[in-house]
Design a binder for this molecule. Structure first.
Ligand code: IVH
Length: 669
């Protein structure tokens, strides 16, 4: 290539790499696979290596350029970065809206923009003639710290603004936004730190702020931070009329703006939005601590002005805190239906987000010790939506004399020696006849697998305590007379229960498999096993290699499944069920449907807005598709909802088609 041709190719590649960056980070709609992107990037890097005179600071290859420094320079913001006054209820929200209306002309309509209030670090990005010249933290609002080299490492921050229709960029533009640590990346960081035996980061907010203030930008680059841009400070020559237009303008110029921003014509709609996000916030891949409400019109904003750096035209709607502090009274251990030992905490009752909490899960020994939670400590408890409350961590110092937690050496119920299989985090009671397992598996059988009407957890616990139930077959041997003797049961209700139990013998084979509590066999695997083997006899005869052939099952799971079916006690259980007339073969209720998607297989990840996991799976299967748990080269498509996690990355790397909710709906319609 001659010098002219090289120059042209470098310009072309920069254009393409920036374009694909924009598709990926801002529009969340990549056009090319990661491999294709890497190819373009590598070619650019190679040409720049060979022709260093062509390197410019805004080239996408120059994100991690600067050498570590020993401190940050203070810089003055071009316009001060204010803060937000908060409202905490519909009443205080309405009071603010009244005040806004009073200050404006009486009959003027007021529209609002709402945006999630990201719990990260506010930054200011100054672009000169479209090139990122400087980036700073908020600091005290007047002066912040110059963290430009670190901000440059964030892929979602453009080094050069886009110029739609070749427009000239503003001479000076200050973009405001919130840098944050995506929860998926934060969890990856903590897993890595824990793996290296290092102290884990307590929360994404501090970890994000800390990453921004690293003296070595290479460390910031490893942290996978991101940004949501939400406004402009100084903006020479920019003529826009509303906050909504600002967001659109920013997005078109290459900045990542939050897709959950909304424009509202009425305050009722604003209030509904705030209420809705209190529930939905847990679906996001970042933490939000409220909703920011802004008067939409920039003219109205100017007329309303600010008081002590707090704009009168905006408020932060904050929910009741979802965390609280309380005393951890005792650490207990529960044995689950598959034998896994789950530590849990009995707490001094405390109100968290409007609900009284007296227990919380502690996951497993590793997690407990990583967080260094000890019996007697004052702890921070967090509730996230409908999910079981969690203990986030201790409030140091520890309670006097408190010792780190150790799992019991023997099962608290049957006394069997506890095992911890290599590479697993859970401790297990290996005794498949352990009473606790029996109880939990019975509950799982009546509630989830067989889903027997009128027979639930209370029923099982009661009969368990009376010694009438010890296993799934026992359930099918219960008589009307036995039940009628129980308090609260008459002849009719006893008969109904017995009938419902009898009818549950005809549940599909895949449900039976799910209900047997084979380790690591959930819904999807149970169905794949049922379809692959067709009958319990085929499974009883299967070796590990045979099980490995099932869609989505790797060697480890295949081994534990084959081992389960080889165990004498489990084989006896199967024979007992057979004798009782329980369905142990595939029939039409389980057989996949033939349809337009026959032969294709999909994986679902994240939370869809309008479909539960089960519904989405059923819709795909109704078209003949298979649904599996893990992404592989054989996967035809990954259906992606909110907060997708690592499967999305894996799919992108494998070049698997990414299907968002609208595309999914088209697929199954
Ligand atoms: S607008 C005058 N919009 O909240 C300040 N702020 O207390 C106008 N924040 O320091 C700020 N998300 O760090 C705005 N969508 C959003 C925001 C947001 C998070 C933070 C920001 C600011 C603090 C205000």
């Amino acid at each position: 290539m001659g010098p002219k041709a090289v120059q042209k190719r470098v310009a072309e590649l920069r254009e393409q790499v920036s374009h694909h960056n924009y598709r990926y980070h801002v529009l969340d709609d990549p056009e090319v696979s990661d491999a294709e992107y890497d190819r373009l990037f590598d070619e650019l890097e190679r040409l720049e290596d060979e022709h260093p005179q062509l390197v410019t600071p805004d080239s996408p290859t120059q994100r991690v350029g600067a050498a570590p420094s020993d401190r940050f320079r203070k810089v003055e913001h071009l316009t001060p970065m204010g803060s937000l006054e908060k409202v905490t209820s519909d009443e205080t929200l309405a009071k603010w809206a009244d005040d806004v209306r009073k200050r404006l002309d009486s009959d003027e309509p007021v529209a609002y923009v709402t945006e999630p209030k990201i719990d990260g670090s506010a930054v200011s990005l100054v672009y000169e003639d479209g090139i990122l010249a400087r980036g700073a933290t908020r600091g005290d609002g007047e002066r912040g710290e110059d963290v430009t080299p670190n901000l440059r490492t964030i892929d979602a921050i453009p080094l050069r603004m886009r110029s739609p229709d070749a427009e000239a960029p503003p001479a000076v533009l200050e973009v405001r936004g919130e840098v944050y640590f995506p929860l998926s990346a934060f969890n990856r960081l903590n897993e890595r730190l824990a793996g290296e035996g290092k102290k884990t980061a307590p929360n994404p907010r501090n970890a994000g702020a800390g990453s921004l203030r690293q003296l070595d930008p290479r460390i910031t680059a490893e942290r996978e931070l991101s940004i949501w841009a939400y406004g402009v400070g100084r903006a020479d020559g920019l003529e826009l009329e509303t906050q909504w237009e600002i967001l659109e303008w920013l997005r078109e110029r290459g900045f990542r703006t939050n897709p959950h921003a909304r424009l509202h014509e009425s305050l009722e709609s604003v209030a509904r939005e705030c209420e809705e996000w209190e529930r939905r916030r847990i679906d996001l891949d970042y933490e939000i601590d409220g909703i920011v409400i802004k008067v939409a019109s920039l003219d109205q904003q100017r007329r309303l002005g600010a008081l002590h750096g707090r704009p009168r035209w905006a408020r932060a709607f904050k929910w009741a805190p979802m965390t609280a502090q309380t005393k951890l009274l005792k650490i207990h251990v529960r044995v689950g239906r598959t034998g896994a030992l789950n530590p849990w905490a009995r707490l001094e009752p405390v109100e968290v987000g409007g609900v009284t909490v007296s227990q919380a899960t502690l996951h497993n020994e590793e997690d407990l010790n990583r967080k260094d939670i000890r019996q007697g400590d004052t702890v921070i408890v967090q509730r996230a939506g409908d999910v079981i409350p969690q203990v986030v961590g201790p409030v140091l110092p520890h309670a006097k004399g408190a010792k780190p937690f150790r799992m019991p050496k023997r099962c608290p119920l049957c006394g069997a020696e506890i095992v911890k299989p290599e590479g697993e985090v859970m401790h297990r009671c290996p005794n498949s006849a352990c009473p606790s397992r029996g109880l939990e598996s019975l509950i799982n059988w009546v509630m989830a697998a067989a889903d027997i009407e009128g027979v639930g957890e209370q029923f099982v616990r009661r009969l368990w305590d009376l010694g009438l139930l010890r296993s799934i077959p026992d359930l099918y041997r219960l008589t009307k007379e036995q039940l009628a003797e129980l308090e609260g049961y008459g002849d009719i209700s006893a008969q109904n229960a017995v009938d419902a139990i009898e009818a549950s013998k005809r549940i599909p084979f895949s449900r039976v498999l799910f209900g047997l509590n084979i380790p690591d066999v959930g819904w999807v695997t149970a169905q794949n096993l049922a379809r692959h083997f067709g009958s319990v006899d085929a499974l009883l005869a299967a070796r590990q290699e045979d099980v490995e052939e099932v869609e989505g099952i790797g060697p480890d799971r295949a081994e534990s499944i084959a081992t389960w079916f080889a165990d004498e006690k489990n084989r006896a259980l199967v024979e007992d069920l057979r004798g009782l007339g329980i369905r142990l073969e595939l029939d039409e209720t389980d057989r996949p449907v033939e349809g337009p998607l026959t032969g294709r297989s999909y994986v679902i990840t994240g939370t869809l807005e309008r479909w539960s996991r089960e519904e989405a799976k059923a819709a795909l299967e109704a078209k003949g598709a298979k649904v599996t748990d893990s992404v592989s080269k054989k996967t035809s498509g990954l259906v992606v909802g909110e907060s997708p996690g690592s499967k999305l990355e894996k799919a992108r790397r494998a070049g698997v088609e990414i299907i968002d909710e609208p595309a999914f709906e088209k697929l199954v319609s």
